[in-house]
Each structure stands twice: as structure tokens, then as C-alpha cells.
Design a protein around this ligand. Structure first.
Ligand code: ADP
Length: 482
């Protein structure tokens, strides 16, 4: 298969404004999860190349941070325009390496672009403060300065948006980035780097490195010139990076795993709740960290809810994301498929009912969307994030009890509540130990709001004006002797 996609399909890493191979000349193959075909290869880089990228990023940041906010804003705006005008090419690259249906890939590109647009605007609003002084002849100034070189490490489930959500605010604040994209989805990252280059992002400001995650990670985390790490991925790797960053006291932003509860009370608008659960459970084939994992439905409406859900799920179409009408693409790899199957088998062994789906083991990366009823708290799906198209429906009767069960996890990313009662909506959303709560809404992500979790789901926020502050340090200056 030959790709070009407007010159955006690159098979080299991007360091200091140059498309580069590994010093060893070695590469690794990248496959399409829908067809198992090799799409191409990328350089197998390690410590040495990472060090060179950090060096370039350090130099570029020193120049970039001195430019005006308006200058940075205009270049980010240009990047945004280029992403939007190349959204078809970007979406095809994304679907080829990641698997999500083309329509969803286009949606992701629009979402990814929205962060660049938003931070092009916010770049100009990084205001400081003047505090009334404690001395007559002095003034207290507080300003925001860029943190410096940023290591960005991103996952495969949103190959475009997880990059722009970090690079948009980093560049707006005056920082530079060394990005290590997920091994499965490097091509979207390279395409974004090419567009950033065309937009006028200077050499060294945005570097993209592929290869040995452990070696690249070790260099990024131990190098003193890297002042911040922004990571989206698994909780285990997030903990490792946090520990590694301690040695050089880097600023840390982590967006880790979730185990989202979706609570449907007896007074909920059921068809709205079904729409909400469909989008929050089956988007990206269930592979998002804010995907619903545990659906708690009040016993009064339980049977009705399960039937309606099964009806909607039966209309989903599994297949290659480039084919018309496909709504569920492949999972990212076989390990992901096996995890879903393990959750289904474990639940059924412990008494859950298969409402729709199959218990048959899959031989490729496709999994039939599945609904299980009579799911209970002792099943694996109650405590582990499935990250696949399995809707597990639990029953509850008491408000306090369902809040306790919803909070009974180390994760605290997203939660969803459906009720028509205003007082219950406030009471329950405030009691949920989560960074984000959707009330009568199943899709909460937007560049306008601060995205992030509590407990072991992470530290820091992405999006909104708070997302820009994460890439800055406060400087207090006392102007004395005035
Ligand atoms: P998943 O299990 O969903 O692939 P990971 O947390 O393993 O999630 O991966 C998220 C990102 O973290 C990827 O870019 C991956 O390559 C990277 N990563 C994995 N291990 C390390 C490591 N030891 N150091 C730095 N980055 C790592």
C-alpha cells in the first residue's frame, strides 16, 4: 500500500526541524489493526537521539519564549488552519494506524484542532498581577513564565488530540516540546509536526521521537534541561514517570486511567440516558479513559433500560474504519481484545447474563459490542477498566449506596449521573470523587473546560485557561527603592 496524503505521511522522526533516521539505521514496523497489514516503518531511536532533541528544544525555547504573545498566537493560528484544511488526510492516516471509524477520526481531528485554536487565543491572555505592596517604595509583581523544555508522552487512543492538547498550551506559553508518541500511532504525530513546520513553528520547538520507550523515557526523565513532563497513558507508567521525575524535580501533569460510573436514577429521562451511555461507552470502541465502565441503573427502570440499550447496541456495525457505515472499529491490539474477553468470561462465570454480544473468542482485533446484565461488584469489570465495547449493567436501589459503590475505586476521572431532580443532581455530583461529572450528558470533553482526574487518575488539568497555566511558573518580583 502506498500512502502520501498531501506529503503528510512521513516515516522519519522530526528533530531540530529535520526528518531523521535512527543512528543505528534500525526501524520498527507499524501495522493497521483492522487488516494486520504493515503500513510502514519508523526509526528505532534511543538515548542519543533523545539527547539531541532535548538540546534543540532547549535552544529553540530560549528564542521562542522571547517572542511576543501575538507572534506565537499567529503561528498557532496558522497551525490550526492547516490542521483543519488537511483534516481528510489526517483522518485517513489516523484510521489506518489506530482503527477508529473515519467519521470518528474526522471528529478527533476537529477536536485536536480546537486546542490549537483555543491556545492561539489564550496565548494573549497570560496576564500577571500587581499586589498592593507591604512597603511604600516597593511594588509586588507576579508574572507567568514558560516552564521550559517539555517532555510529552502520549497514548494511541487519541493520536492527534492528546498531542495538540499538550503542544497547544506549551507553545502558547513559550515552551518547546520533545514528543514521544505511542508506538502504535506515530504517523499522526509526524503529520502534525509537518503541518507545524509549514505553519512556521521554528526548528527545535517541536521534536517527535519514536523508538525504545524505556530508553527515550529514561533520558527525558533524567535530563535536567527537561523541566516538565506531560503524560497521558496508563496509571502504572504515570507512577513510574512521577517517580523518575523526582530526581530533577520536574513539574508533572498526568492524565491516567479511569473507571467511570454511569448512574441512572429512576426519575431519569431514559432515552437521553441511553444516548449518553452509547456515546460514553462505545465511542472509539470503548477505548477512552472517560468511557463508562460501570453502568448503575435503579431497579425501577433496570429491565426497561437493559432492553433499550440492547436494541441500540444491536444497530452498531463492526468493521474496518474506512468502510462506510462502520461504527465500531478494531481494538488496538490482541492484548486489548483478550482483556475484554477476560472481563466477559469472568462476569458470566460469576452469574452475569449475556444480553447481546458473543462469548466466542475473537481471532483478530475485532470485538462484538456486548451488553451484560446482573453484573455485581465482585466481578473484574467492577474494579478494572475494560477499555473495550463491553457495557456492564449493575443494579441499585439506594442513592447513598450507589454513591459509595461509584466511589469505591482508586480512579477518579469521569462520572455520569442521569436524573431529572435538581437537588439530586447537585447532591450526587458533589459527592462523587471525580475530576469531571457529566449530569444528563455523556460527552464532556471540550477544549473550553479543564479535563483531568483526582486520586490515581492524575494530576493537573488540560484544556481551558487552567491548561495554559500548567506550562508556566509564577515569578514574583519585588521592585524596591522606588
Ligand atoms: P497503554 O498500556 O495504553 O499502551 P502506556 O502507559 O503503556 O499505555 O503507554 C502510554 C505511553 O507511554 C506510550 O507512548 C508508551 O510508549 C509510553 N511508555 C511506556 N512505557 C514507558 C516508559 N518506561 N517510559 C516512558 N514512556 C513509556
Amino acid at each position: 500500500m502506498t500512502f502520501s496524503f498531501g506529503g503528510l505521511f512521513k516515516q522519519q522522526a522530526f528533530i531540530n526541524g529535520q526528518w531523521s533516521d535512527a543512528f543505528s539505521g534500525k526501524t520498527v514496523n507499524i501495522t493497521n489493526p483492522a487488516t494486520n497489514e504493515v503500513i510502514g516503518h519508523v526509526p528505532l531511536m534511543g538515548v542519543e537521539e533523545t539527547n539531541i532533541a532535548i538540546d534543540a528544544a532547549d535552544k529553540a525555547y530560549r528564542l521562542w519564549s522571547k517572542t511576543t504573545a501575538k507572534h506565537r498566537s499567529l503561528i498557532l493560528r496558522q497551525w490550526y488552519e492547516l490542521i483543519v484544511s488537511h483534516s481528510d488526510e489526517l483522518a485517513h492516516i489516523l484510521t489506518a494506524e489506530q482503527g477508529k471509524p473515519l467519521a470518528e477520526a474526522k471528529g478527533e481531528i476537529a477536536y485536536a484542532a480546537s486546542f490549537v485554536e483555543w491556545y492561539a487565543e489564550e496565548a494573549k491572555r497570560l496576564n500577571g498581577e500587581i499586589i498592593p505592596s507591604h512597603k511604600e517604595d516597593a511594588r509586588i509583581l507576579v508574572s507567568r513564565q514558560p516552564v521550559g523544555v517539555v517532555a510529552a508522552i502520549t497514548p494511541w487512543n487519541f493520536p492527534a488530540a492528546m498531542i495538540t492538547r499538550k503542544c497547544g498550551p506549551a507553545f502558547a506559553a513559550g515552551c518547546s516540546v520533545v514528543l514521544k508518541p505511542a508506538p502504535d500511532t506515530p504517523y499522526t504525530a509526524f503529520a502534525l509536526a509537518e503541518l507545524a513546520h509549514r505553519a512556521g513553528i521554528p526548528a527545535g520547538l517541536f521534536n517527535v521521537i519514536t523508538g525504545d520507550a524505556v530508553k527515550i523515557g529514561a533520558e527525558l526523565m533524567s535530563n535536567k534541561r527537561v523541566r516538565k513532563v506531560s503524560f497521558t497513558g496508563s496509571t502504572a507508567i504515570g507512577k513510574l514517570l512521577m517517580a523518575q521525575s523526582a530526581a530533577t524535580v520536574k513539574k508533572v501533569s498526568l492524565e491516567l486511567g479511569g473507571n467511570a460510573p454511569f448512574i441512572v436514577f429512576g426519575d431519569a429521562d431514559l432515552s437521553r440516558a441511553i444516548d449518553g451511555v452509547m456515546v460514553s461507552k462505545f465511542r472509539n470502541a470503548g477505548q477512552t479513559c472517560v468511557c463508562t465502565n460501570r453502568i448503575y441503573v435503579h431497579s425501577d427502570v433496570y429491565q426497561q433500560f437493559v432492553e433499550k440499550l440492547a436494541e441500540k447496541v444491536s444497530a452498531l456495525t463492526v468493521g474496518n474504519g474506512v468502510d462506510n457505515g462502520v461504527t465500531i472499529g478494531p481494538l488496538i491490539n490482541r492484548a486489548a481484545v483478550e482483556k475484554v474477553e477476560k472481563h466477559i468470561n469472568d462476569a458470566m462465570m460469576k452469574g452475569a447474563n449475556l444480553v447481546i454480544g458473543t462469548r466466542e473468542a475473537s481471532t483478530n482485533c475485532f470485538v462484538q459490542p456486548t451488553v451484560l446484565s446482573n453484573v455485581t461488584d465482585n466481578m473484574l469489570v467492577a474494579s478494572e477498566e475494560t477499555f473495550g465495547p463491553l457495557a456492564a449493567v449493575f443494579k441499585f436501589t439506594d442513592e447513598q449506596d450507589v454513591i459509595t459503590r461509584a466511589n469505591n475505586t482508586d480512579s477518579g476521572l469521569a462520572a455520569y449521573v442521569y436524573t431529572q431532580s435538581l437537588s439530586r443532581a447537585f447532591r450526587v455530583s458533589e459527592a462523587l470523587e471525580y475530576g469531571m461529572v457529566g449530569v444528563n450528558e455523556g460527552l464532556i470533553s471540550t477544549e473550553l473546560a479543564p479535563f483531568g482526574g483526582v486520586k490515581e487518575s492524575g494530576i493537573g488539568r488540560e484544556g481551558a485557561h487552567q491548561g495554559l497555566e500548567e506550562y508556566t511558573e509564577m515569578k514574583y518580583t519585588l521592585m524596591g527603592g522606588l
